[in-house]
Design a protein around this ligand. Structure first.
Ligand code: ADP
Ligand code: ASP
Ligand code: MG
Length: 471
């Protein structure tokens, strides 16, 4: 049995939903799958805008946006659900959710304060709506299926916006709630990204979290595979939006895929891999636009990996935008122990995670993602020394297992990006990646030059193929 996850762009429009329905129906012939959906493309961003507007008491703006969300889902129902009574039921369900969203807007708007808890409630409507439409459309296409509220299964801690599942409870819930439905031949359609605390408060797993939901369900249900259906032909040598000639990587190990997602390759949520590793379940990353193409299989199975060993240097280049550099300098650091621990404890206390670090005797530079809690960190740091911020930078990571044993890599990297101002460099920690921090505006030039340096020569191998979109 497969857990199939469809991302926002794979279900955002009538045509996309129709393609996804065909893919699910084809899978059902093999075995009845569990289908996990994201919100329709762009809807989560809109919900965040709604939440922020409501928090600032701009109810008019929030209502206008919720009107757009209502209209979009009603249009999907109109085009995809033909049976009159089913269409009415689908319309009613959409209207009820959007009414609920609007009640929330009014409530938050009147108080004028957005809490972490209500933020997650706002975000949850995207997945609730997409799955409502999809499951009705699937039924309308003659596929036996049922809609499941994931909040009955995914019980999480109360770390809103970044909640994590209570594994034992969830795995029991998943088996109890889903197994019987599958055995009765019903495709189960449910939401990615959302969960609930034990007390019934809605939570979310962090942006892009539907991949994680799919992987968790795969592990809890011991599925044969996890399929991540997206808008690209698998994991590629670089984000094809930055490097149009990027190639698809047909086979990867779990370690390589985990490294890439941690380093910013948005195609997979960073936590997706670990549940799959624990149960040794292969993860397929597949294109919903070209369902026949091979995509990427991520596995540690020696048989699948056989013949795919790669002697080239670099396997992929990942980019993480929205970063900033914090430069901290204090003469008090000179020869003192414990100073670094003090600095890091400030970041830890404020829940800000540090990505890259570079130090000298009296200064330290760190990269962090831009978050609201950064200001609190900076205030505390200013009490200890001089602080300087370089906003709008990105980390470019050059990833490959063979980097650790090869000579001359740094030379090739620096000659490729010689026209670009490099703000920080890191190599060593994970052994299989070299990281460069550059200004965001320089990302396209730097990444294209690096891709050309490492992927246009003789070392390109058969594990890289032209994606279906280039054929
Ligand atoms: P979904 O809505 O399906 O979850 P995402 O937008 O989260 O899709 O992820 C897919 C996008 O990830 C692609 O459109 C691509 O631009 C981006 N991406 C970044 N790095 C990579 C990479 N190495 N390989 C493939 N896609 C990548
Ligand atoms: N809808 C959520 C987001 O946009 C989760 C997901 O798409 O995976 O972040
Ligand atoms: Mg995603």
């Amino acid at each position: 049995m497969a857990v199939m996850k469809f991302g926002g762009t794979s279900i955002g429009t009538v045509a996309a939903m129709e393609r996804a329905i065909d893919i699910v129906m084809a899978e059902r012939v093999r075995a009845v799958p569990v289908v996990v959906l994201s919100a329709c493309g762009g809807v989560t961003n809109k919900l965040i805008e709604i939440a922020e507007s409501a928090g600032k008491s701009d109810i008019e703006k929030a209502m206008a946006l919720s009107g757009e969300i209502r209209a979009h889902h009603l249009e999907l129902v109109e085009a995809l659900v033909h049976d009159p009574s089913r269409r009415e039921a689908a319309n009613m369900a959409v209207m009820n959710y959007v009414d609920e969203l609007e009640e929330l807007i009014k409530g938050v708007g009147i108080v004028g304060e957005l809490t972490a808890r209500s933020y997650d409630s706002f975000c949850s409507f995207g997945e609730l709506l997409s799955t409502t439409v999809f499951s009705q459309a699937l039924l309308d296409s003659g596929c036996e299926s049922t809609w499941l509220d994931m909040r009955r299964v995914m019980i999480t801690d109360d770390n809103f916006s970044m909640a994590r599942p209570l594994d034992e409870i969830c795995s029991k819930n998943a088996r109890d709630a889903i197994r019987l439905l599958l055995e009765s031949g019903k495709v189960v359609v449910t939401q990615g990204f959302i969960g609930s605390t034990k007390e019934g408060k809605t939570t979310t797993l962090g942006r892009g979290g539907s991949d994680y939901t799919a992987a968790l369900l795969g592990a809890w249900l011991q599925s044969d595979e996890i399929q991540i259906w997206t808008d690209v032909d698998g994991v590629m040598t670089c984000d094809p939006r930055l490097v149009p000639e990027a190639k698809s990587i047909r086979v990867m190990t779990f370690t390589e895929a985990a490294e890439l997602s941690y380093l910013g390759a948005k195609v997979l949520h960073p936590d997706t891999i670990s549940p799959a590793v624990q149960q040794n379940i292969p993860v397929y990353v597949l294109s919903s636009h070209y369902p026949e193409s091979k995509g990427t299989v991520i596995t540690n199975n020696p048989e699948t990996l056989e013949g795919t060993s790669y002697s080239g240097l670099v396997k992929s280049i990942a980019v993480k935008k929205g970063q900033c550099i914090v430069n901290f300098r204090s003469n008090r650091m000179l020869g003192r122990y414990g100073f670094m621990a003090e600095i890091f404890s400030i970041f830890a206390r404020n829940g800000v995670s540090v990505d890259m670090v570079s130090t000298s005797e009296v200064s330290v530079s760190l990269t962090v993602s831009k978050t609201a809690s950064l200001e609190a960190v900076l205030d505390e740091l200013r009490n200890m020394g001089d602080v300087e911020i370089e906003p709008d930078v990105a980390t470019i990571s050059i990833v490959g297992d063979n980097l650790r044993t090869s000579k001359g890599v740094a030379g090739r990297i620096f000659s490729a990006v010689k026209g670009v101002n490099i703000r920080m460099i890191s190599q060593g920690a994970s052994e299989i990646n070299v990281g460069l921090v550059v200004e965001e505006d320089d990302v396209p030039e730097a990444v294209q030059a690096l891709h050309h340096q490492f992927f246009s020569g003789s070392e390109t191998s058969s594990i890289f193929e032209k994606p279906a979109s280039q054929e």
